[in-house]
Design a protein around this ligand. Structure first.
Ligand code: SF4
Length: 512
């Protein structure tokens, strides 16, 4: 039996390959759930409890757990029959025939023609956060239900609306009355009513596409996208597939849209990207992108860093240096909008020494205190450039200055000292790497983090655990990871400076 659940559909919206692997893949290839997702799950549950308490809801719940979905669905139905005002942890379940019959009743396009033995075993299961009783009529009597989904997001994202419509549609079959609305309760308890007139049509199309893909038994093509894949449990497997097929998504600069253009040109492998003339690429993607992609592929093939063709080696001022240099990296908790660690590596070029300074908020409310300590510290070295990697540091300085009333002149002075190495890399050098993250670049030039399991997301989890347990070893992990981020930034800056100077001298020698 194949169960099309809300979770499966949600994953389909994010990546169709993921849904395929969930049903047809080898489960042993899945990695354990990342701590960051476990933490998000905890926060979702806490938000859920807050919503229930603040609205003084007293929900009833089926005895059976949702794992025993058949019994749970039956008990949910009984509670609806009894007219329970609010139902929590229930399941709505219908089979394929019920699904198809209801489509014609509300004039939606039937699901596409798919081999019948595949469809015979399909169930559609929805697990809304709540079912709330409303005035109206249904097969239960003079009342009906609407589905409510409680989400931590700030906005009514398309995937939330998709799932809301999925739930509403199944509920319509279960209570013989399509609800007029489906409610989303978002962060800060903002409410959003999903427009079902439009939502049901979109949902029906998505379900049709999803079933067609699952029935075809054809594994969808892999496409590695850092943003989408980094937290996925199939990442290891998919990355292996992409590597073994030399998939173009591993080439930085090949976005899904550009990949489509490349395929139209007949370019669907690393080899064909090497072979295709730059002029043909330029016609499809624009000459700048074409040149950049050609350089990137050459760099990957030769495993050598190269100067970007658009970079003016001779006339561009070198990366700033100082007798004292500061390397800055932040650890932040996005959910609580708190920056809990401002780490600075001080490098003294005269003594060739370095020392790490950490401004760490052991309590969330200490953010203002560490911000002031950080400002006092960097004011001790007014001539020192402050190196960092990504725009996050500048954005954070603006945010903290606004939040804690830092004088404008002081804020501007700090901002004027920032040197974003990510911008430098983007404008000057092509690296033979799959991504331009600090970790990927630093690893390629030979720098490795002491804490091999560390990442920005993992640091957030450690901090969250620290707040709950007060276990100081977690703070040590955070500090060690952040210090190495700062040291990696220094390593990258030194490397870039040497590399660009060497290339410049080489170019000048050639033109003499
Ligand atoms: S790793 Fe990426 S491509 Fe693979 S299933 Fe997950 S999201 Fe999809």
């Amino acid at each position: 039996m194949i169960i099309i659940s809300d979770r499966l559909l949600l994953n389909y919206k994010r990546c169709n390959r993921r849904t395929f692997l969930e049903i047809h893949g080898d489960a042993s290839q899945q990695e354990p759930e990342k701590d960051f997702l476990v933490k998000l799950g905890r926060e979702n549950r806490s938000h859920f409890r807050n919503v229930i308490q603040s609205r003084s809801l007293v929900p009833q719940k089926p005895q059976a757990s949702r794992r025993d979905w058949q019994l749970n669905a039956q008990q949910t139905m009984e509670l609806m029959h009894q007219g329970a005002d609010c139902i929590i942890r229930g399941t709505l379940s219908v089979n394929y025939t019920q699904w198809q019959t209801a489509l014609s009743e509300i004039a939606l396009t039937p699901l596409p023609d798919i081999q019948s033995d595949f469809l015979a075993g399909i169930m559609f299961n929805g697990a809304p956060s709540l079912l709330i009783k409303q005035p109206g009529t249904s097969c239960f009597g003079d009342w009906q239900y609407i589905t409510v989904n409680i989400k931590l997001g700030r906005k009514a994202k398309p995937e939330y609306k998709l799932i809301a419509a999925f739930h509403a549609y199944i509920l319509g079959i279960v209570q013989s009355q399509t609800p007029e609305r489906s409610l989303l309760i978002l962060k800060e308890q903002n409410e959003h009513n999903v427009n079902l007139a439009h939502g049901l049509t979109t949902m029906q199309q998505t379900v049709g596409e999803c079933l067609t893909m699952l029935a075809s038994q054809q594994e969808p093509e892999v496409f590695i996208s850092r943003q989408r894949c980094s937290l996925c449990r199939w990442y290891g497997y998919c990355h292996q597939v992409a590597k073994s097929t030399e998939h173009l998504s591993l080439v930085p600069g090949v976005t899904p849209k550009r990949y489509q253009y490349l395929q139209e040109l007949g370019v669907n492998s690393v080899k064909s990207l090497v072979d295709v003339p730059e002029t043909s690429l330029g016609e499809a993607l624009g000459s700048d992108i074409a040149r950049q992609l050609k350089q990137q592929i050459n760099s990957l093939q030769s495993d050598r860093a190269v100067v970007r063709s658009s970079f003016d080696l001779v006339n561009t001022q070198p990366i700033p240096t100082g007798v004292i240099e500061l390397y800055f990296d932040i650890e932040a908790e996005p959910e609580r909008q708190t920056d809990y660690l401002l780490g600075v590596l001080l490098v003294d070029r005269t003594t060739n020494t370095e020392k790490f300074y950490a401004f760490l908020a052991e309590r969330l409310e200490d953010e203002g205190k560490i911000w002031q300590e950080f400002l006092d510290f960097i004011n001790l070295y007014p001539d020192a450039p402050i190196f960092h990697y990504s725009e996050y540091e500048a954005d954070t300085i603006k945010r903290l200055a606004r939040l804690y009333g830092t004088p404008k002149a002081q804020k501007q002075e700090v901002l004027s000292r920032l040197v974003d190495l990510h911008l430098w890399v983007n404008s000057s050098v092509i690296f033979p790497v799959e991504s331009y993250s600090l970790k990927a670049l630093a690893n390629w030039i030979g720098f490795y983090w002491r804490e091999t399991t560390g990442s920005g997301d993992q640091s957030v989890c450690w901090y969250d655990q620290w707040l709950n347990t007060q276990d100081r070893t977690l703070l040590q992990l955070i500090l060690s990871y952040n210090e190495d981020d700062c040291r990696a930034t220094r390593y990258l800056k030194d490397w870039l400076l040497d590399f660009l100077e060497y290339q410049r001298n080489h170019q000048l020698a050639l033109t003499k």
